[in-house]
Design a protein around this ligand. Structure first.
Ligand SMILES: C[S@@+](CC[C@H](N)C(=O)[O-])C[C@H]1O[C@@H](n2cnc3c(N)ncnc32)[C@H](O)[C@@H]1O
Length: 396
């Protein structure tokens, strides 16, 4: 895993000028000129091809690899084994009836990958404690969830009570330094999709108290961090020249192929309008440069493109002159979206590499502190794209 980390590190540093430049803000990234065959191939892709490649890192690396050979190496580096699923007894009605379908499948996959549990569990950032209640039932172990949201804490405890579960949740901020007092060497700490700074505090607290076992599926590396620049955990990542900012961390989790089709269509339309507005603002400001716009609700699609531009101009305190041909900008935005979505694929070829770099930082940190780690993919990416699972057992 160390060797993989070093290769990923090298590649990400060497190709930063490709994966860091977003074709959303830079319509013609500089690599277009140096890679004409790649550009030609991208522009010949159909919309279905683009969707398929966006949601499949392996296929994307293989196909881009014909034009950009480093993508072939990325493809071999990102091959992390799927875990050996251990058989569990099925879900009970009492548990299942309160858990959304996709979440239930993720939990079953997480549990099957974790295998036998013998120690008391702490579930970090437990939400409604769906995972904790499932494991308490399967393995007859006590579970304590830690969750900041009072409403979720109350709901979780009601659900646990109703199914006579040996699981409960305490309201608690896992970023509070005192949270470490809840940990001890006999526990097994689990976390399904705890975001960046939240799972970093789990790892640091777990290491400090030498908890017996940690099973973590990390996500959203850009959230809940104390600093704007990424603070690596392991010695190897600390000594890397790769300095990641929060936009880079966001890039690592950009793939979202699990959104329903209807939502994806809306998001695309919103991006087209944003790109159309980008062209318009360049003209009216007389500056050929991107103007950052905050995230916008898909509800704006209920109006027309002109109203959208008026709304965004108001947000950016821009004055729209009379006589603007909004229809032309709308059509130009669609054309730019066509190119953007194809050029973005090249950036996305490095996405899983970046995500794995971050995951390996966590793995190496645990290894440096006496843990033996296994890294697997606990489910297919179409169930959740955040499917890396770190299972660490304290051995020192
Ligand atoms: C992405 S959700 C995951 C919930 C659950 N593990 C699951 O998979 O359904 C992250 C959870 O972290 C909780 N959270 C956010 N900040 C927190 C904090 N500082 N301390 C404890 N929990 C926090 C949120 O309220 C939310 O329930």
């Amino acid at each position: 895993m160390r060797a993989t980390f070093q290769r990923l590190d090298h590649i990400l540093i060497q190709y930063a000028n490709i994966w860091r430049i977003s074709p959303f803000s830079t319509p013609k990234p500089s690599w277009l000129n140096s890679h004409p065959a790649l550009t030609q191939w991208l522009l010949a892709l159909s919309d279905d091809d683009v969707d398929r490649l966006q949601g499949n890192d392996d296929l994307l690396c293989q196909q881009v690899g014909d034009y950009l050979p480093v993508a072939q190496e990325i493809h071999s580096l990102i091959q992390v084994p799927s875990c050996q699923q251990k058989q569990l007894t099925g879900r009970t009605y009492a548990w299942q009836r309160d858990v959304p379908g996709r979440k239930a499948e993720q939990i079953e996959a997480f549990a099957a990958a974790t295998g036998k549990i013998t120690s008391p569990l702490i579930e970090w950032c437990s939400g409604k404690l769906h995972l904790g209640r499932y494991l308490a039932e399967q393995f007859k172990v006590p579970v304590l969830g830690l969750e900041i949201n009072a409403n979720l804490v109350q709901q979780a405890n009601q659900l646990a009570c109703r199914m006579h579960s040996d699981a409960r949740v305490e309201q608690c901020d896992v970023l509070d330094p005192n949270v470490v007092q809840k940990l001890n060497a006999h526990q097994h700490v689990i976390a399904l999709h705890a975001c960046g700074g939240l799972h970093a505090s789990l790892l640091q607290g777990g290491v400090e108290k030498q908890v017996k076992r940690i099973t973590l599926a990390p996500c959203c590396y850009h959230r809940f961090n104390q600093t704007s620049v990424y603070n690596p955990l392991s010695k190897a990542a600390k000594s890397s020249e790769l300095i990641l900012d929060s936009d880079d961390l966001r890039t690592a989790v950009r793939q979202s192929n699990t959104a329903p089709e209807r939502e994806r269509i809306k998001r695309k339309r919103l991006q087209m309008w944003r790109l159309g507005f980008d062209l318009l603002q360049r003209d009216i400001r007389g500056i050929d440069g991107y103007l950052p716009v905050p995230s916008l609700s898909v509800k704006l699609l209920d109006g027309d493109f002109r109203q959208f531009c008026e709304h965004v101009s108001h947000l950016k305190e821009l004055c729209l002159p009379g006589g603007l041909r909004f229809n032309d900008y709308e059509v130009a935005g669609e054309k730019r979206f066509f190119e953007y979505s194809r050029y973005e694929l090249v950036r996305m070829t490095f996405r899983r590499a970046l995500e794995l770099w971050l995951v390996l930082d966590r793995v190496m940190y645990l290894e440096e502190h006496g843990y033996r780690c296994e890294l697997t993919q606990f489910c297919p990416t179409d169930l959740t794209p955040r499917n890396f699972l770190i299972d660490a057992v304290y051995t020192a």
